[in-house]
Design a protein around this ligand. Structure first.
Ligand code: PGA
Length: 252
């Protein structure tokens, strides 16, 4: 797997009050305290980010956000900027999750602006891409991913993309209990890496981390991580329990 440090990221979505978030973060930090060869990250809801940041200080768990708005500041009621996330302690930001594309009109164009805002603030963007069940059945998986990557990463240089993380999340596998097989994931990850090579060159293609997401759990993580182009996981439901998530982070 070249020199790519595996990243196991937990997306808490719209779950957990402040006290629940702090409690889970505390437990997780304790459970993964001895893990050195991989990185763990959690993305709590905005309301809990600052508190969880305090909780995670000095721990081995990094902090991420689930979204941002691309303007730096202004009259944008309800929105959060990249600098605000940095000031609250975030290192990562998830961008273009399929739930945002589906429920909040996120497009490849807005994804592009958000990635730009993230790199401007030195946040590491985790760009989510993935096909729907219908698109897979009609054999459009690669063309859908091609479009999401090309438009989402339009006009960036390879230098700007050097921290980029991609998460392949087939929409049909999110929250459904259906996981892509490790072979299916590997096939797509290899395709995504070749796209990055075409667009940004060999060096970036070798260093970019590509996570798999969609019903990852302690029982399937090892098989997924055994694939040469799978560099980590983006975990939803199974990241809500510190105990379960720590088992994923500590996969053998
Ligand atoms: P899931 O969600 O692990 O609950 O399938 C994954 C995601 O949405 O990132």
């Amino acid at each position: 797997m070249e020199n790519r440090i595996p990243l196991i990221a937990g997306n808490w979505k719209m779950f957990k009050t402040c006290s629940e978030a702090v409690e889970t973060a505390e437990q997780l930090a304790r459970l993964v305290a001895n893990v050195t060869d991989r990185e763990a990250m959690i993305a709590p809801p905005f309301t809990a980010i600052s508190l969880v940041s305090e909780t995670l200080r000095g721990s081995r768990v990094s902090l991420g956000a689930q979204n941002l708005f691309w303007e730096t500041e202004g009259a944008y009621t309800g929105e959060i900027s990249s600098d605000m996330l940095v000031s609250a302690g975030c290192k990562y930001v998830i961008i273009g999750h399929s739930e945002r594309r589906q429920f909040f009109d996120e497009t490849d164009e807005t994804v592009n602006k958000k990635i730009n805002a993230a790199i401007r603030s030195k946040l590491i963007p985790i760009l989510c891409v993935g096909e729907s069940e219908k698109e897979r059945e009609s054999k459009d998986t690669f063309s859908v991913l091609d479009k999401q990557i090309i438009k989402g990463l339009k006009e960036f240089t390879s230098e700007e993309m050097k921290t980029l993380v991609i998460a392949y999340e087939p929409v049909w596998a999110i929250g459904t209990g259906k996981t892509a097989t490790s072979d299916q994931a590997q096939e797509v990850h290899l395709f995504l890496r070749s796209l990055i090579e075409k667009k940004f060159g060999k060096t970036l293609a070798k260093s970019v981390r590509i996570l798999y997401g969609g019903s990852v759990n302690p029982g399937n993580i090892s098989e997924l991580m055994a694939m040469p182009d799978v560099d980590g996981a983006l975990v939803g439901g199974a990241s809500l329990s510190a105990e379960t998530f720590s088992k994923i982070v500590c996969y053998p």
